[in-house]
Each structure stands twice: as structure tokens, then as C-alpha cells.
Ligand binder design. Structure first.
Ligand code: LCS
Length: 394
């Protein structure tokens, strides 16, 4: 890519972070090494003192990992990325960097279950104060602010209710309080939503999902807007050690080459399926940010360039209704995780969010009959036919 030139996401997905290694390979080489040689003692000393660029030890940096970090940072319009061993490692690294005993964090109620639990158990134990709020209602964020608030943490669209939070409004509140806005952008990928452009300070992904796209890697990514935040988090990540390996970095980077194409197809398919579900007599409600019936449809239109591949819907018959659908789909795969090319279906009350009590689930709007669908890139009509026959068994 030409230096300084602005490219579209179609082109960036393919080219961002492309190798310029000495052998001029087009694909990024996999530096499957834990450590790097020094030419002599002085060279080693210069690298350790930061007087010369180069690699020392893979936990501290590796060319294959760095290529992926650069690719995601370019797609998010950020300064630099930090590849982590999982989405949870990314979240933990951010919290460990910016929270200490006596600090306060405001977190969306609709977040991935373990994010909620990580705060409510580990960080609570370390003396951090936590407020969970329905962040789609901006006033709830505002009212939760305390003098010691350090992070406003938003997942939008949220897992699994697809609640959408106004990121510009959240950034305004966070910055007024001298806090950082941290956004989990996993459900949108950088293609559909760019939180740093909307005022966020730090964005993170479970790369296990859309970024990789092929259900064969667990990984996470943090992208910092500023060099200061990048350097601070890099030091902590080096100490905590939750880094991604070279092979997995290569695989995710390869997946990203088709990210724009895949996201376009996820959006098209999900839109058709959401419309189909909305008129089905075994479906009580459909949560998809692209439907005019979604409570924050207007906010989604404002901040997302497409509405993504995730749909949640409430079937008739509560827990039993949900289980019937799970047990009768033939093409949709019954599995947790999301964002891959194959359509996955799951039942949050008994699976991803089972870690929460029923009261906590209901507080987060996760009702008994809620089914979550990660729409893949198969033929939309064949997916609709599969869902139709499974729903007819209720
Ligand atoms: N953030 C979001 C929005 C997620 O959906 C997940 C995982 C994570 C963070 C954590 O990422 P990981 O450590 O797994 O890479 N979500 C999952 C889900 O909904 N089903 O299984 C995993």
C-alpha cells in the first residue's frame, strides 16, 4: 500500500500488515520461534535498552504476531494492536492495566457472561467497585459515574441481547469523568463499526469470532488509540503473559483477508433471516439491530455501516421451545462461539450465560426461550428452510 494514502476496508482487509520480509514473500512467514539471536553482546544490550528495533523473545514481540497487530490496528484506525491469547486475555489485560483497588468501572449489563463474572469475582476481590448498567439507556451510564470512575466498558451490540449503546454519547460521559471508554467490538468487527472514530480510547476483539472467521483459533486483540496507552498496556501484557502465538497469528491474519467479503455476506444473510423470523408464528420477538422493530435501530443506523451476522430471537414455549429448536436443526450447528463461516445456534440460558444466576440473566434480558444465531455465509434460503422445519417441531 502507498504510504499515507487512505484505502477502503475492502483493500485494507487484503493488504494491511502485509509482509515486507527479505525474501519478498506475499504471505506472512510464520516465525515459529520462542527467541531471537543477538549478533553480539552489544547488539543484545541495544535491543534491551530500546536503542535499536528488533526482536528479543516472542512474548515481547514477533514479526508474524506484529503483522497481525498492524492489520487490525489499520482496520480500526488505531495506533497499534496487542495480540492476546484470547478475548478474555485482552479484557483482563486492559482491566489489570487501568484498575486498582478503590477504582470504579461502569460496565454494560449485556456483555459476554465471563466478562461480567471476571469483574464480579476477580476484580471485585481486588477491591474494584463495579456498576453494571443498561448502557443502551445513556442516562444509566451518566447516573453511575463516581469520582473514582476509571473505565466505561461497553459491548455493542451486546452478547446475546444485541442491545446497542450510543458510543458517541458514552464517550462524552466517560471523558467528562476523566475515564477511558473501552469498547468490545467483537460482534461488529472493524468493518461494521469503528469505535475509535466515535470517541473510544481502546477497542478490543475476541478474534476467535469474525476476525478469524473459520472457527479454528482462539485469540484476542486490543487496539489503542494513543502511543501512551499502547506502551502502558504492552508492558502489562508482557508481564501477564497472555500473548498469541505465531501460528495462530498467521491463521487469523489469513482469515482477515476475506473479512470484508464475509461481513457483507453475514449482513445480507442475517437480514433475510431476521425478516423471516419476525413473521414466524413460533417466534415471539426478534432482536436484530437492522430491523426497524429493534429498540435502538436508529442508534445502530448512526454508528454501524451494516448490522452484522448475529440474531437473537425468543421462541414460544420457553426453555422447552428453545431446546426443541436446538435438537431439530440439521444445517445450523449446535455450538457456542460465533462469527465463523458456518451458522451456529445456541441457547444462552443453558449455555454461554449459564454461569449467571436466573435473576442475573433476567436482569440482562436473557429470557428462558432466547435463542442466539450466528448466521454464516451459506445460502440464506437453505438456512431459512432449516430454521422453519426446526421451529415447526415446537
Ligand atoms: N467478547 C465477546 C463479545 C465474546 O462474545 C467473547 C466470547 C469474548 C469477548 C471472549 O473471547 P474469547 O476469550 O472466547 O476469545 N464469546 C463466546 C460466545 O458467545 N460463545 O462462546 C464464546
Amino acid at each position: 500500500m502507498e504510504k499515507g494514502k487512505q484505502y477502503t476496508d475492502d483493500t485494507k482487509s487484503v493488504h494491511a500488515g502485509m509482509s515486507d520480509d527479505e525474501h519478498l514473500s506475499v504471505s506472512t512467514p510464520i516465525y515459529q520461534t520462542s527467541t531471537f539471536k543477538f549478533k553480539n553482546a552489544d547488539h543484545g544490550a541495544r535491543l534491551f535498552q530500546g536503542r535499536e528495533d528488533g526482536y528479543i523473545y516472542t512474548r515481547m514481540g514477533n514479526p508474524t504476531i506484529q503483522a497481525l497487530e498492524q492489520a487490525v490496528a489499520e482496520l480500526e484506525n488505531g495506533y497499534k494492536g496487542l495480540a492476546c491469547a484470547s478475548g478474555m486475555a485482552a479484557i483482563q489485560t486492559i482491566f489489570a492495566t487501568y484498575l486498582q483497588a478503590g477504582d470504579h468501572i461502569i460496565c454494560s449489563e449485556a456483555v459476554y457472561g465471563p466478562t461480567h463474572t471476571l469483574l464480579a469475582t476477580v476484580f471485585e476481590k481486588f477491591g474494584v467497585e463495579i456498576s453494571f448498567v443498561n448502557s443502551e439507556n445513556t442516562r444509566e451510564i451518566e447516573q453511575a459515574v463516581r469520582p473514582n470512575t476509571k473505565i466505561v466498558y461497553i459491548e455493542t451490540p451486546g452478547n446475546p441481547t444485541l442491545a446497542v449503546t450510543d458510543l458517541q454519547a458514552a464517550a462524552g460521559i466517560a471523558h467528562q469523568a476523566n475515564a477511558r471508554l473501552v469498547v468490545d467490538n467483537t460482534f461488529s468487527s472493524p468493518i461494521l463499526q469503528k469505535p475509535l472514530n466515535l470517541g473510544a480510547d481502546i477497542v478490543l476483539h475476541s478474534m476467535t469470532k469474525f476476525l478469524n472467521g473459520h472457527a479454528d483459533v482462539v485469540g484476542g486483540m486490543i487496539v489503542a488509540k494513543t502511543s501512551e496507552d499502547y506502551k502502558t498496556m504492552r508492558k502489562i501484557l508482557n508481564l501477564l503473559g497472555g500473548v498469541l502465538g505465531p501460528m495462530n497469528s498467521f491463521l487469523v491474519h489469513r482469515g482477515i483477508k476475506t473479512l470484508k467479503m464475509r461481513m457483507d455476506r453475514h449482513c445480507q444473510n442475517a437480514n433475510k433471516i431476521a425478516e423471516f423470523l419476525e413473521q414466524h408464528n413460533k417466534v415471539e420477538r426478534v432482536l436484530y439491530p437492522g430491523l426497524p422493530s429493534h429498540p435502538q435501530h436508529k442508534v445502530a443506523q448512526k454508528q454501524m455501516s451494516g448490522f452484522g451476522g448475529m440474531i437473537s430471537f425468543e421462541v414460544t414455549g420457553g426453555v422447552e421451545g428453545g431446546k426443541t429448536v436446538m435438537n431439530n436443526v440439521q444445517l445450523c450447528q449446535l455450538a457456542v462461539s460465533l462469527g465463523g463461516v458456518e451458522t451456529l445456534i445456541q441457547h444462552p440460558a443453558s449455555m454461554t450465560h449459564a454461569i449467571l444466576s436466573r435473576e442475573e440473566r433476567l436482569e440482562a434480558n436473557i429470557t428462558d426461550g432466547l435463542v442466539r444465531l450466528s448466521v454464516g455465509v451459506e445460502d440464506a434460503q437453505e438456512l431459512i428452510d432449516d430454521l422453519d422445519q426446526a421451529l415447526s417441531k415446537i
